[in-house]
Design a protein around this ligand. Structure first.
Ligand code: CAA
Length: 378
């Protein structure tokens, strides 16, 4: 057993840290205030190789795995979770599922464009009546000559407005049993009938694009189906196992931001004649935050390592997401508390971290859904 990062993982961590400090740190606060997604910032992520990190080399990517992505995503999310979620969804929910389940034609057509950053990937599962109960999808896929016609409305789509390719889940056979009635389809932004719906105004991650997506009789060719008809829901859940590692890594990044900002503030801020970090009430909060971060990083890395080995890891992915997102929220709460009144203002970044942390317990399976998944494996 070896707990050290390999040389290759250290290189990824260092290059992600360099990009995050140079590009994300200066703009994360203003992008949040303006609620503006930045295509340029994503382009720089693509140039650094992050968008194609897990895409096989034959399709222009780096051919690396979930552990590499987890290490990279913690660094990105340390400074900017809006870019963090965009990258996480692109890598784990779009690139990885296309690579695992796509036809040769679809992989050759889209993976190089996704890896180079020419297009960003998005994942369209959720609908107004199908949130935690993801099998309740109503979007329809009707078989036609040479392909399928897709119609329906999807909610809360990360990168909805800026994505070039959407993985869309739709019912292919309404008479088939629940969970075995869906297909997964690749829909291009330029296809006829693709409409970007209302933009969500959010508590946090304000610089990421979240929209409704409407598909009106969109024709997709047969080769744009992932897997086979009826397999879609299993593909969705398998894909989400990997996605949950990405969101757990996001939680690590936000958690680390809370810890580092709080350590700095508790050294700078003096009350009763000494830095507040010298008071046990503050010092113990910092100790708990640091311990939880280390413990959860191990859970996240273990889940990613298992998935890279191709071993069953649904339970471990949910455990990593459950624990890391919960601890991140506790850390954000404590960080604001340590900052006192200052933490309640936009003068200090912990105000943003507190808002950003909240979503890690909600998307890609709410905390109670992770508990449901874990308990079903016990
Ligand atoms: N991998 C592959 N197959 C799986 C699986 C997995 N991890 N988990 C379950 N399955 C299989 C089951 O074996 C079952 O197969 P059979 O029909 O052959 O028996 C089938 O899939 C259905 O499974 P369940 O019976 O467990 O399904 P369920 O209806 O009880 O739901 C659930 C399970 C865990 C609650 C699931 O609906 C779920 O995860 N809900 C949360 C939805 C979610 O995470 N949404 C995220 C939206 S995307 C997002 O947020 C992205 C973003 O923008 C950031």
């Amino acid at each position: 057993m070896d707990f050290a990062l390999s040389e290759e993982l250290e290189m990824i961590r260092d290059s992600a840290r360099e990009y995050a400090e140079r590009v994300l740190k200066p703009q994360a606060g203003s992008a949040d205030a303006a609620e503006q997604f930045s295509v340029e910032v994503m382009q720089e992520a693509a140039e650094a190789g992050f968008m194609g990190l897990t895409v096989p080399e034959e399709f222009g990517g780096a051919g690396l795995g979930n552990l590499h992505a987890a290490v990279m995503l913690e660094e990105i999310n340390r400074w900017d979770p809006s870019i963090g979620v965009t990258l996480s969804v692109h890598i784990s929910l779009a690139c990885n599922s296309l690579n695992k389940w796509g036809s040769d034609a679809a992989k050759a057509k889209y993976l190089p464009r996704l890896a180079s950053g020419e297009i960003i990937g998005a994942y369209c599962l959720t609908e107004p009546q199908a949130g935690s109960d993801a099998a309740a999808v109503r979007t329809k896929a009707e078989k036609v000559d040479g392909g399928w016609k897709i119609s329906g409305t999807k909610s809360w789509i990360t990168t909805g407005e800026y994505a070039g390719l959407y993985v869309v889940y739709a019912v292919t056979d309404p008479d088939a049993p629940r969970g075995r009635n869906m297909g997964a389809f690749l829909i291009e932004r330029e296809m006829d009938g693709v409409i970007v719906g209302k933009k969500e105004l959010k508590l946090g991650l304000r610089a990421s694009s979240t929209t409704e997506m409407i598909f009106e009789n969109v024709f997709v060719p047969d080769e744009n189906m992932l897997g086979v008809p009826g397999q879609g829901f299993k593909i969705a859940l398998d894909t989400l196992d990997g996605g949950r590692i990405g969101i757990a890594s996001q939680a690590l990044g936000i958690h680390r931001a809370c810890l580092e900002e709080s350590i700095q503030y508790s050294k700078d801020r003096k009350q009763f004649g000494k830095p507040i970090g010298e008071f046990q009430g503050v010092a113990w909060k910092l100790a708990d935050m640091a311990t939880a971060l280390e413990a959860n990083r191990m859970l996240v890395h273990k889940a990613a390592w298992l998935r890279d080995l191709g071993q069953p890891c649904t339970k471990e992915c949910s455990m990593a997401k459950l624990a890391a997102s919960r601890a991140c929220n506790v850390a954000a709460q404590d960080a604001v508390q340590i900052h006192g009144g200052a933490g309640y203002t936009k003068e200090f970044p912990v105000e943003r971290h507190y808002r950003d942390a909240r979503i890690t317990e909600i998307y890609e399976g709410a905390t109670d859904i992770q508990r449901l998944v874990i308990s079903r494996h016990l």
